[in-house]
Design a protein. Structure first.
Length: 526
């Protein structure tokens, strides 16, 4: 089927975009040349259409409010499972898939009217691997509008509520994934993380969230924001479950340009019980005392970190001044890169190898314009600011930010030569009240993006980072983040597991009433 041809007006708009001055005769002549060039596009269309993807049909339903009290499910599915004769740690375990990750035959909205109605025909690599390992897909979990929010009120389907207090945010952008795990609705969940979107909701909901080393887990089949910061990983109740999930989903798939030939897959399970004796753990000074920090959260995390010394670790303070500026580098990359790749590039962008989803690209490109006014305020900010950065500033700020990344990586790398792990608060405060509809735009954006200072830097550097519960303040979970060396996810998980065992396990929302004091027990167990 031939592709559409531009009319005279479209050629005039394109010319203006590139600063070309074409009169009517010029445009008519170029129209003929463009028609000839597009003949190759027609050939590609024909070649691609001769090999259509298999259409996958799976049963699903959109739950009503009574079935979805947290607003955390986008769709639920009838049991999607693999070989019933399988044995192993994930067999029969229920799985929620963040709704920016493709499950074939099941609607994928990515929290946005701009993708609503799209149904992929191919499972994401991580979904296929988990199904093959025995996990059972229970449905798609709500995520934030195009995943650009650390809070849980920007999805077009409505807010996701925190199971500890349903008037509060669950965190984002993997909001539904964390809420469903915390509430006990599923055993396991997949999340995505470009600025903290696995770790933030894990911290706010009191569960475990692991952002793997960049490139360790294939992103193939997940809707991107910016390919240099895209990650996908597990959200679970226990560190052991996160380790089992990582063991299944890690490794190259040959289709993701984020994965280099040097991806190193470790053994994430067998060494979990080795403890932390002899490990050097650095409490990152610049991870505390941010403008948005609650002093009680800082105190709880410091107290939790110091408890590693009770089980044999060497715990000391460490300073990495670059940490205070790393967020700003991330912000330029995420804003300009997100506008360029996710919005103008229809999610996938261009100029990279790997597996694309052209059906999704075409669908999103059309609906993004039609439903632009319905996008979240945080996405609109990315669109407007990023357009300025890419066009008026020529993308130079993005280039400068990318050129600073090696300096940031070296700063953390130097600290990680002296320390095996770094620890800090995952987010600077506990979950806040969900904003009311019609909140002023500045408050909306601050609520959506005001908690990224500690999480976002490690999307830029790619270091593995794990959020685990450290305690509670005013009855709400506090998250502790553990950061390790590249591809040393095993040590990060081992430390998280050791802390979990020290605390006797992490509590569920219905099981705890924590005192409002920074000196409360690190993890109440009753």
């Amino acid at each position: 089927m031939p592709v559409d041809r531009p009319d005279d007006d479209a050629i005039a708009v394109a010319a203006a975009h590139f600063g070309l001055h074409l009169d009517a005769a010029d445009r008519e002549e170029f129209a003929q040349l463009i028609d000839g060039a597009l003949a190759s596009y027609d050939v590609v269309e024909g070649l691609y259409d001769t090999e259509p993807a298999d259409v996958v049909s799976r049963d699903y339903q959109f739950p009503d409010a009574g079935q979805n009290p947290l607003g955390a499910w986008y769709v639920t599915t009838r049991r999607i499972a693999g070989d019933p004769t399988l044995v192993g740690p994930l067999v029969g375990r229920s799985l929620a898939v963040k709704d920016n990750i493709a499950v074939a035959g099941v609607p994928m909205m990515n929290g946005s009217r701009a993708l609503e109605g799209f149904v992929p025909n191919r499972d994401a690599t991580v979904v296929s691997r988990l199904i093959d390992a025995g996990a059972v897909v229970a449905g798609k979990a709500v995520c934030e509008d195009l995943c650009f929010s650390g809070s849980s009120f920007t999805s077009a389907t409505g807010p996701v509520r925190n199971p500890w207090d349903r008037d509060r945010e669950a965190g984002g952008s993997s909001s539904g994934s964390a809420a469903l795990v915390a509430n006990g609705d599923v055993d396991l969940a997949l999340g995505g993380d470009q600025g903290g979107s696995i770790r933030i909701p894990a911290a706010f909901c009191g569960v475990v969230g692991h952002k793997p080393t960049f490139g360790l887990v294939p992103y193939t089949g997940a809707f991107p924001i910016e390919r240099t910061i895209d990650h996908v990983g597990p959200i679970t109740r226990t560190v052991l479950d996160a380790a089992h999930m990582l063991s299944v989903i890690a490794g190259r798939d040959g289709a993701d340009p984020r994965q280099s030939d040097t991806v190193t897959v470790g053994d994430y399970v067998s060494g979990l019980d080795a403890g932390v004796a002899g490990l050097r753990i650095g409490i990152l000074a610049e991870g505390f005392g941010h403008a948005a920090s609650q002093s009680e959260v800082d105190d709880i995390v410091r107290s939790a970190a110091e408890r590693f010394s009770d089980i044999g670790a060497i715990v000391e303070s460490v300073s990495i001044p670059w940490h205070l500026n790393a967020f700003h580098v991330w912000n330029v990359i995420a804003t300009d890169g997100g506008a360029y790749q996710m919005l103008n590039g229809s999610g996938y962008g261009l100029n990279a190898s790997g597996l694309y989803d052209p059906d999704q690209m075409a669908y999103f490109a059309q609906r993004r314009v039609v439903h632009a006014d319905e996008l979240s305020e945080s996405v609109k900010l990315v669109a407007l600011c990023g357009h300025h950065g890419v066009n008026a500033l020529g993308g130079a700020s993005y280039g400068k930010a990318r050129n600073l990344v090696p300096e940031i990586m070296a700063a953390y790398g130097t600290a990680l030569e002296d320390f095996d792990l770094l620890v800090m608060p995952t987010v600077p405060y506990v979950a806040t009240a969900l904003p009311q509809p019609g909140v002023e735009r500045a408050t909306y954006v601050a609520t959506a993006l005001g908690m990224l200072a500690n999480t976002a830097p490690f999307n830029v550097t790619g270091h593995p980072a794990l959020s685990i519960p450290a305690g509670q303040h005013k009855g709400m979970p506090v998250g502790l983040m553990i950061v390790g060396r590249h591809f040393d996810d095993a040590t990060v998980l081992r430390a998280g597991h050791a802390f979990e065992m020290l605390c006797g396990g992490f509590p569920a929302p219905h099981a705890v009433n924590a005192p409002d004091t920074p000196t409360a027990r690190v993890i109440p167990t009753s």
